[in-house]
Write a protein that binds this ligand. Structure first.
Ligand code: HEC
Length: 200
């Protein structure tokens, strides 16, 4: 496996010629769209099908053999990509041809509180605090490692611990470097005591 990867890396260097002394860390956008989002979805899908009768944990008998393998793979991929991002001194948000979610409704200059962020703004946030970014990337890497370990042990409690907390792990980085999931406050509604909902 390792050998194949090395040979592939060499082959692509030969094709690309100059400028590939070192393999490039994938962009944040690539990491989100190809690793974090699909793997998180796998984890959430498997977990939601395996809830116990009380709904407060997972029933290991409801996780199929192939699903333990999928969970282990999801954990490994999140760990590996989290570590790559954490160890990259110059994390890049996008490369040529990549667009980030919401960027068409973003504005130039400073980002307002509820504005969508542009790739440029996200890059500026990361460049201003690469240590915090690396720290948050390590948090997702740790969640990946925990999931991998739990899947190897067929430990449903361990899987639940990761899956139920994953949203916070993701948001812990998004909040600082992308935006927030919180909707804007309805100021008019607050003033009117919520009477803005028109009964028809
Ligand atoms: C270390 C920081 C970090 C962590 C951890 C992180 N993200 Fe992100 N994510 C970002 C940044 C920065 C952006 C904005 C740039 C972008 O959209 O590509 C983003 C954007 C996204 C997007 C939008 C991608 C697009 O199309 O533009 C998705 C989806 C996403 N993240 C999912 C996740 C999920 C799911 C997790 C947790 C498993 C996660 N992220 C964890 C930093 C992080």
């Amino acid at each position: 496996m390792f050998k194949t990867a090395a040979i592939l890396a060499l082959a692509s260097c030969a094709l690309l010629g100059a400028g590939c002394a070192r393999q490039k860390t994938p962009t944040v956008n690539n990491s989100m769209t190809h690793i974090m989002q699909p793997q998180a979805q796998t984890i959430w899908d498997i977990s939601s099908r395996a809830f116990n009768a009380n709904g407060d944990g997972l029933d290991p008998t409801l996780i199929k053999p192939a699903e333990w393998v999928k969970l282990a793979k999801a954990g490994r991929q999140m760990r590996d990509r989290g570590l790559l991002l954490a160890n990259e001194p110059h994390v890049q948000v996008v490369s040529v041809g990549e667009t980030i979610m919401g960027e068409t409704s973003s504005h130039g200059g400073e980002r307002g509180e509820w504005d969508a962020a542009s790739p440029h703004q996200v890059q500026a946030y990361i460049d201003a605090n690469p240590k915090l970014f690396a720290e948050r990337a390590r948090v997702v890497a740790k969640a990946g490692q925990d999931l991998l370990d739990a899947a190897h042990r067929h430990d449903a409690k361990g899987v639940y611990a990761v899956s139920s907390n994953l949203d916070e792990v993701c948001d812990g980085c998004h909040e600082k470097f992308w935006g927030t999931d919180e909707p804007p406050p309805f100021k008019a509604a607050e003033k009117s005591g919520g009477k803005w909902i028109k009964a028809s």
